[in-house]
Ligand binder design. Structure first.
Ligand SMILES: Cc1cc2nc3c(=O)[nH]c(=O)nc-3n(C[C@H](O)[C@H](O)[C@H](O)COP(=O)(O)OP(=O)(O)OC[C@H]3O[C@@H](n4cnc5c(N)ncnc54)[C@H](O)[C@@H]3O)c2cc1C
Length: 559
């Protein structure tokens, strides 16, 4: 029988950090991932990871305040204090594991400026920080001997006597279904970026774990908080790192004006992401854009800085936009990038479902609130990945194994796959529904939203559900059946879409990334609270929780 004290779903930064931590505590740990670990989406992270190191004259309280303000006061301040105060030790830990961060002229760890922060506290490895961290953590996994179920697809969480007791999973190479029993499961399955078209996210980022937790009864929190990044390439949506603006790149409108001076006179291009994206969209909407875009100008940074620190951007500009960034500005627009919302957890990663933990982008411990600061996500993955791993391993010490009927569970999972595989061909493919849904999400849930648009989206989602119930898998084989995998992923995406739009309609104010043209101001009197969505047979059920305020009273945000 396949069984582990702690089973981690996901081999991105959160998952591998959680597994290393649980292993340190002596637990029998395994990781399961639908792709090889170093192909996880964390690989794409470019700009860096934040930490306030005291030897630079920085303080974790300053980092925490910038994060609270960046969150538009929706972040829980107890969780933010933990993340920021533990950041320095976690960064040094990553360095000691082997991440070769860039150095400054004195040979110390170098920093770059990132948006919404008053100090340069972003540590980086050129513009491939995520890749560097992911490879180092994978080396740690190999060192520990933690079992990795590589290219295994989690189908569902197993619930037994009110607890999460493992997963059912498909071995992609063979098409065989397995039950993996676990005393605790840590969901680290990443975000839901590809629900939007276009998106900066990889094709594998489909919200599987959020939907599985939602189906198992966990609450999703603040799902309406979807981040549009200010600099994504026209058309493809490929990300141009905030590191470019951190190094000093300008944003220009069609008149060659650095328009941010009118929206954020102090921080200019380095105001928080929600503010910069709204400013760009306003320029475009008011006719000062160029073909639906504004321009990012790196020319004045000089070839040395660009080649040393923005290596990938040179290639991305050339390969995806046909632009030599040393000679010309790049056309960019705000594009879907990240979800602040996710499975609600406490500061040790525990969700509302006993036995189920969550960390990383699929989770919401509420350190990002209404708007995540650049370079705080990598920090979130490693700090709360570690905390979840430690906690989950500790609680398993005195736990008995859940008594599961393995054959029954495997049989049920196999039956539902067979049902899907044997459906009659309706003529519609998953790809068409996924594309239409993504375009709709971008249209009605973009930088600006309103009641009418979100209601239209809600009706359309119901229609996508009906279409999904009829969609057929054309490939009937079992070996590497990507047609089947993509179809299953679409089901997860639709559940996430339902929760996102339910949250969006519920929050009748503008806060952080949730900018409503019909409720244009922040309303602390009524909405300084979290929106929770829970699944019921009748549809999403909404409830609220107060925001945890420790030191910083809400103020007007100015940059
Ligand atoms: C282009 C880009 C650049 C970014 N740059 C930065 C940056 O510079 N700094 C920063 O702080 N943040 C950055 N971010 C955000 C950050 O990279 C992510 O939020 C973070 O890496 C997510 O890590 P994760 O471990 O939660 O999930 P991921 O790295 O997405 O890992 C998810 C894992 O879950 C597995 N999985 C999912 N579903 C299943 C399933 N059904 N069965 C089995 N396995 C499954 C996947 O295989 C994968 O291993 C960036 C994001 C993008 C898109």
């Amino acid at each position: 029988m396949l069984e582990h004290d702690v089973l981690v779903v996901g081999a991105g930064l959160a998952g591998m950090r959680a597994a290393v931590a649980a292993h340190e505590k002596g637990a029998n740990v395994a990781i399961i991932s639908k792709v090889h670990p170093v192909r996880s989406h964390s690989n794409a992270a470019q700009g860096g990871i934040n930490a306030a190191l005291t030897d630079r004259g920085d303080s974790w309280e300053d980092h925490a305040f910038d994060t609270v303000k960046g969150s538009d006061y929706l972040g829980d301040q107890d969780a933010i204090e933990i993340m920021c105060s533990e950041a320095g030790a976690e960064l040094i830990r990553m360095e000691h594991m082997g991440v070769i961060f860039n150095r400054d002229d004195e040979g110390k760890l170098g920093t770059r400026a990132f948006g919404g922060q008053r100090k340069a506290r972003t540590f980086f490895v050129a513009d491939f920080t995520g890749q560097a961290m992911l490879h180092v953590l994978y080396e740690q996994i190999l060192k520990t001997g933690v079992r990795v179920y590589e290219e295994w697809f989690v189908l569902d969480l197993i619930m037994h006597e009110g607890r999460c007791a493992g997963v059912t999973a498909l071995e992609i190479a063979t098409g065989r279904v397995f039950v993996i029993r676990a005393k605790t499961v840590i969901m680290c399955s990443g975000g839901v970026g590809r629900l939007f078209e276009p998106s900066t996210n990889a094709l594998i980022v489909t919200g599987d774990g959020m939907a599985q937790a939602y189906r198992a009864g966990a609450s999703l929190m603040d799902m309406e908080m979807v981040q549009y990044h200010p600099t994504t390439l026209k058309g493809s949506g490929v990300l141009i790192t905030e590191g470019a603006r951190g190094e000093g790149a300008y944003l220009l409108n069609s008149q060659g004006e650095r328009f941010m001076k009118r929206y954020a006179p102090n921080m200019m291009e380095l105001a928080s992401r929600d503010v910069v994206s709204r400013s760009e969209q306003t320029e475009i909407n008011e006719g000062r854009g160029i073909d639906g875009c504004v321009l990012l100008d790196c020319r004045h940074l000089g070839e040395k800085v660009i080649r040393e620190r923005l290596t990938q951007i040179v290639d991305i500009g050339r390969d995806f936009a046909g632009v030599d960034i040393m000679k010309e500005p790049i056309p960019i627009r705000p594009g879907m990038h990240y979800i602040m919302g996710g499975i609600k957890t406490d500061v040790d990663g525990l969700t509302s479902v006993p036995g189920l933990y969550a960390a990383g982008e699929c989770a919401n411990v509420s350190v990002h609130g209404g708007n995540r600061l650049g370079a705080n996500s990598l920090l979130d993955t490693v700090v709360f990945g570690r905390r979840s791993g430690h906690h989950a391993a500790d609680v398993t010490k005195d736990m008995d194994w859940p008594k599961l009927n393995i054959e029954d569970l495997a049989g049920q999972a196999e039956d539902s796959l067979q049902k899907l595989l044997s459906r009659n061909d309706s003529g519609e493919r998953w790809s068409k529904i996924r594309h239409d849904l993504g375009v709709d999400m971008d249209k009605y849930f973009g930088v600006y939203r309103d009641e009418r648009g979100m209601q239209t989206l809600q009706r359309n989602i119901q229609n996508y559900k009906d279409r999904y119930a009829r969609v057929a898998v054309q490939d009937k084989g079992r070996v590497f059946n990507t047609d089947l995998i993509f179809t299953l992923e679409l089901g997860f995406m639709i559940d996430c879409a339902e929760a996102i739009v339910a949250g969006g309609l519920e929050r009748k104010e503008s806060r952080g990334a949730h900018s409503r043209t019909d409720h244009p101001t922040r309303d602390d009197a009524n909405w300084l609270k979290h929106v929770l969505v829970t699944r019921t047979p009748k549809g999403p059920k909404l409830s609220h929780l107060p925001v945890v305020i420790t030191k910083w009273k809400p103020e007007e945000r100015k940059y």
